[in-house]
Design a protein. Structure first.
Length: 346
């Protein structure tokens, strides 16, 4: 539950990012950690499996710049995406002031979204939480890839009550801070309503002005780089050279061209993030319906080299940390992606 200290003028809020596996929860927190001002963010803690899927939770403390006389301290958590870790989900949800449901926009992931959303509501109802009054927003992630559901259809299936929602791409950062702003506003509205009902003595003055919250969130990343977008290329500059785009399904070749263009232009970190996103999507689709859907199990079933997957996982973390990514490792990662694509027949 939220904690308001009228003496120190601080408000502590716990926000949980909930959703299906590989939907972008951890990547969302990684982007905020990477781009927030160092003086306003703490250390990000992740407890994950050896193959880099969240096993327990991610935790990131963030302090918003002071507004209206109050300092907002946000505790950002994720939950494991796999349903069989529901006990952990319940534990992380304990004391949450608000939830951001990170939905995977891919058409093939609609069932996983609905299953995860149902599980969220079951867990909240178990704690006698009124979900109609609870602070809750949606983050429609992966809006940059092919074969995604229209926002109107996602709203109809997941968000019929018209709660606040944001279109995002966690890898590039597009919309991530708008989503953080949306859930912060919702939580403070609910906090204000509860305090009014309880006739609380303190006054959260800045809540009267949503613009002050928006300004505070923007200040958190004022010096952060603009989101990196790998735009589809109708005619990639390397078209005259060697290209593997023809090996991809026709609808996905623009993304292949974008990856190859990033490699050719020396944007190795961008290419790495794109390769990692494509690979996780492929493995997730290949594992659909399996009892054990972990990437390591899917890789073994496909006969892929597990060491190659782990190398790409480490490389993706290197890119997220802003460190230099060697070109030859990016090329090996792209070749591994192509082999995964071939074996799954995607």
């Amino acid at each position: 539950m939220s904690s308001v200290n009228p003496l120190t003028k601080e408000i502590l809020l716990k926000l949980v990012y909930f959703g299906p596996g590989l939907g972008g929860k951890t990547t969302t927190l990684q982007y905020i950690h990477r781009t927030a001002r160092p003086e306003h963010r703490g250390k990000m803690v992740s407890l994950a499996t050896p193959v880099d899927r969240t096993l327990y939770f991610d935790f990131l403390p963030v302090r918003l710049p002071r507004v209206g006389g109050y300092t907002l301290r946000l505790q950002l958590f994720t939950v494991p995406g796999q349903v069989h870790y529901n006990a952990t989900r319940k534990l992380v949800l304990t004391g949450a002031d608000g939830v951001v449901f990170v939905a995977d926009s891919q058409r093939s992931r609609l069932d996983a979204n609905m299953e995860s959303l149902e599980n969220l509501f079951d867990n909240l109802h178990e704690r006698d939480i009124d979900t109609d009054a609870f602070a809750f927003t949606f983050q429609y992630n992966k809006r940059d890839i092919a074969d995604i559901l229209p926002v109107a259809e996602l709203d109809a299936r997941l968000n019929p009550k018209g709660r606040a929602r944001t279109e995002t791409c966690a890898i590039t950062g597009e919309g991530i801070y708008r989503g953080l702003e949306a859930i912060t506003k919702e939580v403070l509205r609910e906090l204000k309503r509860r305090d009014a009902h309880a006739k609380a003595k303190h006054e959260i003055a800045f809540h009267k002005d949503d613009q002050s919250i928006a300004k505070s969130v923007r200040a958190l990343r004022e010096n952060a780089p603009s989101p990196v977008v790998l735009a589809p290329l109708a005619a990639p500059p390397h078209a005259a050279g060697l290209s593997y785009a023809a090996l991809w399904p026709a609808a996905d070749r623009d993304r292949a061209a974008a990856i190859e263009s990033a490699i050719e232009e020396g944007r190795n970190a961008d290419a790495t993030r794109a390769v990692w996103q494509e690979l996780t999507c492929i493995l997730d689709s290949a594992g659909h319906g399996l009892t054990d859907q972990s990437p390591s199990s899917v890789i073994a079933l496909l006969g892929l080299d597990g060491r190659g997957y782990l190398d790409i996982s480490r490389l993706a973390r290197t890119a997220e940390a802003g460190a230099e990514v060697p070109r030859e490792r990016v090329l090996r990662a792209y070749l591994f992606l192509l082999e995964a694509l071939r074996r799954t027949g995607a």
